[in-house]
Design a binder for this molecule. Structure first.
Ligand code: GLV
Ligand code: MN
Ligand code: MN
Length: 415
């Protein structure tokens, strides 16, 4: 019987806090895709993987990968989560799943479990730098469309250039390296362990939740095109103000989402041109993120929001256009793996709490490629995408214990 101590859990938490110091900004955690602090995270994790006897490499999309392979013919599975963050992030979103996986591999080694484990530290999940999420897991799952290489970041750097800068070896990047990033075909299952990022487990005083499905999401860039003019001389009724239109539409997004059942929609990013106090704004770009567990409801709500944008624009004599950056369907987790996780929870004497994830995860991309399971830990205060994001040591210990029991069950009956 493998016991997971609170000391182990506290060590995992301390590691997450350490990784949170590798940041683009002093005093807060911001680590976007392929930025310099990612290299510091890689160095740290690589050392830890090597210390466990794992072989490591970084793939074409900058995912750090480590392989523990006790026997060439063992059952092979993959475990992981992401190491990029939102701006001013907490320490646990994504990173916890990677650090927990390291400890899980250590436990598997101690118990001589005949299982090969690939640890995937995904480079990009949040969609912050290129406004498009899951770039790392898409490559691993074989779902990476090379057209994505032409995406640009806020500095006009293309994804392809960012990759070349990161690897510092331009010649080695191309279709072959993208191909090589794909998951080994013998991999039988993927497991992601993640904080819930919501209030449900805490409200029910539960340590862990079993994810049965992940909601679908659409991300778009909305553009309102008006006309700049002098702020002092242009009467109010003769303006074509793109920012006023964007503000009106933002409020419409909020009220339409409130009217929907379990619909969430967010305008999280805004930029205005020319962005000067005495000029009527000529152009505004907004992000839209809309999610629902039913893809048909998501599609219909999106249509409603876009119709509203067009109506607002027409009334104000301006133009509204929309570019879709992501259309990710809702996806169920694998029912057989979910059963095994449920059994592992029972083995650990913990209650079963099936739940749908409102947050997006690499697991939703991996699930398009192979059987995938996901385990949630309670989020104190229901807080995430915030520097006060936290986890409780007892929940971390439970998650590690359940993940180990899950591994044992997989090894015992891999079919
Ligand atoms: C990732 O955290 C997302 O759900 O946007
Ligand atoms: Mn995450
Ligand atoms: Mn996140």
């Amino acid at each position: 019987m493998i016991a997971v101590s609170l000391a182990t859990a506290n060590h995992i938490i301390a590691e997450c806090w350490l990784l949170a110091t590798f940041s683009e900004d002093q005093g807060q955690t911001t680590r976007r895709f392929l930025t310099p602090p990612v290299l510091q995270v890689h160095d740290h994790l690589r050392q830890r993987m090597n210390a466990l006897g794992m072989t490591t490499h970084t793939d074409a999309l900058g995912n750090l990968r480590g392989l523990w392979q006790p026997h060439a013919e063992s059952l092979r599975i993959a475990i992981g989560s992401h190491i990029d963050t939102v701006p001013n992030a907490g320490a646990f979103d994504g990173v916890l799943g990677v650090v927990l996986a390291l400890e899980l591999i250590r436990l598997a080694q101690l118990a001589s479990l005949p299982v090969a484990i690939e640890l995937l530290a995904f480079s990009e999940e949040e969609g912050v730098r290129f406004a498009t999420p899951f770039l790392g897991s898409r490559a691993v799952a074989g779902r990476f469309d090379p057209a994505l290489l032409q995406l640009t970041d806020q500095d006009g750097i293309t994804l392809e250039q960012a990759i070349r800068n990161f690897h510092l070896e331009a010649a080695s990047f191309g279709p072959a390296s993208l191909e090589a990033a794909q998951l080994h075909p013998r991999t039988r299952a993927f497991l992601e362990i993640h904080i819930e990022q919501g209030p449900v487990l805490e409200a029910e005083d539960l340590s862990l939740g079993l994810v049965t499905a992940i909601v679908g999401q659409t991300r778009c860039a909305l553009n309102f095109l008006g006309h700049a003019n002098h702020a002092g001389t242009t009467p109010m009724h003769l303006r074509r103000d793109a920012l006023a239109a964007a503000a009106e539409w933002t409020l419409a997004v909020e009220s339409i989402a409130r009217e929907g059942q379990n619909l969430v929609a967010t305008v999280g990013k805004i930029s205005a041109q020319p962005n000067a106090a005495n000029v009527i704004p000529s152009q505004v770009q907004l992000s839209l993120d809309i999610r629902h567990s039913d893809d048909a409801v998501r599609a219909a709500s999106l249509r409603q929001l876009l119709d509203r944008a067009e109506a607002i624009a027409a009334r104000r004599g301006i133009q509204a256009t929309c570019q879709t950056l992501l259309d990710q369907p809702a996806i169920p987790m694998d029912p057989h793996l979910a059963d095994r996780l449920a059994q592992a929870l029972a083995d650990a004497g913990l209650p079963l709490r099936p739940m749908t994830s409102g947050a997006g995860h690499d697991a939703m991309v991996m699930a398009t490629r192979l059987p995938t399971a996901m385990l949630f830990l309670r989020s104190p205060g229901g807080l995430s995408h915030h520097p006060d994001e936290a986890v409780r040591p007892a929940d971390v210990a439970n998650a590690l214990h359940v993940a180990f029991l899950f591994l044992q069950r997989l090894v015992a009956s891999p079919e």
